[in-house]
Design a protein around this ligand. Sequence first.
Ligand code: SF4
Length: 401
Amino acid sequence: MSISALYLHIPFCHAKCAYCDFDSRGLRGSALERALADYVPRLIDRIDAFGCAGALRFVDTVYIGGGTPTVLGWALADIVARVRSWCDPVEVTCEANPESFDGSLADALACAGVTRISLGVQSLDDTELVGIGRLHTSARALEALRCARDAGFDVSCDLMCGLPGQTRASWRETLQRLIAERPCHVSVYPLTLEEGTPLARRAEREPALVPSEDFQADCMEESERQLVCAGFHRYEVASYAQPGHACRHNLAYWTGRGYLGIGRSSAGMVDRACADRLAGLFPGLAGRLEAEPDAARVRFVQRDDAAERFDFECLTEREAVAEDLMLGMRLSRGVAAVDLEHATHLCGSHAVDEAVRASRDLGLARWVDEDGGARCLAPTERGWLLGNELYGIFWGLADPS
Ligand code: SF4
């Protein structure tokens, strides 16, 4: 397995949103400048270290996420150029938030080789945006979207449902207004209240702020109705794309391809051979691999700015296969019958047959014939709504008992 996808994490934003528990610090002005002056050179050194080790040679997608990468301004273009000095990716996505994205930055990023902008819109209702502590207005979000489109990017927009004060009518209107702007990709996420966030604390005092699962399910159904009607294809539980505009980078995560994360809180996944080759770049990995001779796949998360501390998770071959099936069930095409057949060699045909039967009996999955004629077990609408149940069935195949 070679590394085909590269993720870079920029853990800074101009301010923290009320619902956010991601690894990002809200900084501005000189405090932000100091933090970036410390962080960015380390990130670039790490890019170069992997480049020198030959690990970036086959990277074909890059995703710069956060946080808010666009708080870097034009320095972001330098990072993209540095990555491109080691590889020739076909897709380079940069996450952006409206308050730190404008036409001149869009042009600079396009010149540096960014191909895709993923814009955090969340809602086009100003009261809802205030309620979750976003810094931008709906007008600013639309302006940013148009700048990205005018610069020639593939534009993806994130929306959230279940926001404080959101109604069916306001959700419908957010969708309609966004679709009218012709993004080529839309992701829809239900709001979750993460412990310790300002919104979760408010919801303890105001139970009405706790998102209703039924309302969120209705919103997801409305999204599908409107987006499909506008020519989008739902290719993953939360992702809709116009033909040819699915996010290749995210598909790499869901189809068992090797990926590398650089930057604090970034994650990666490689096979054993790749982990052995790159062990010198991950303090603690060599010892961990020695202690885990059965590890077929290694996941890692960088825990600090300096890339000195990592968490590792080793998966056996059986666990890796179960993980691939579980992740495959996020996709509209599901998992191919041949992949299920392959899984029987490691997990046993009885266990795999049982998993397939359970997912079908519960109405979570069904057999479909793909365009190319391949038979696939694909999630149903119910399977997507009850994703954890469906994923649990296939992850259960990891357990040999
Ligand atoms: S912009 Fe994104 S990463 Fe930054 S605080 Fe808001 S939700 Fe978190």
